[in-house]
Design a protein. Structure first.
Length: 155
């Protein structure tokens, strides 16, 4: 009994929606109040109103749930890739800034002191020759120019 009742109710609702959507009238009374109804009022001028259905997209523009999930997953993957790239860029920038600071300190040391002692490959302490000092100055100056350049993103 219940399935028949449910079926009849569904059919009734299906047809009643179409019937109501087909004939809706609009009129204004003597007081200027606008009324809407499914029957044309007697003795009053009324106009038929075209009732639109509740669909907001044409059937061709609708996307399935699977397509929406795929689009969301693609967007999430793009965002994760961008975050990964920005973290890598930030790490590179910090390393470049650290290299800049170390090169400036070393260059300052080379310019300040005339005798610089280093540990040789054999473990013995020795002093740099003037040629070695100039060579290291040029090396550290190149690092400063490369790492400390504002165009490269450091400092």
């Amino acid at each position: 009994m219940k399935p028949i009742l449910l079926t009849m109710t569904a059919v009734f609702l299906m047809f009643s929606g179409h019937a109501a959507a087909e004939s809706v009238y609009k009129w204004t009374d003597e007081d200027g109040v606008t009324h809407f109804g499914d029957r044309q009022p007697s003795g009053q001028q009324s106009e038929s109103v075209d009732v639109k259905t509740g669909t907001s997209q044409s059937p061709g523009n609708r996307t399935s749930a699977t397509e929406q999930v795929e689009a969301l997953n693609e967007e999430k993957a793009r965002e994760q890739e961008q975050q990964k790239q920005s973290r890598a860029e930030e790490a590179r920038r910090k390393q470049q800034q650290k290299n800049c600071e170390i090169a400036r300190e070393n260059l300052n040391t080379l310019n300040t002191y005339s005798r610089i002692r280093v540990q040789g490959e054999d473990g013995e302490q020795r002093y740099l020759t003037p040629e070695e000092i100039e060579e290291r100055k040029a090396k550290f100056q190149a690092v400063v120019e490369d790492s400390c350049n504002p165009d490269n993103g450091a400092q």
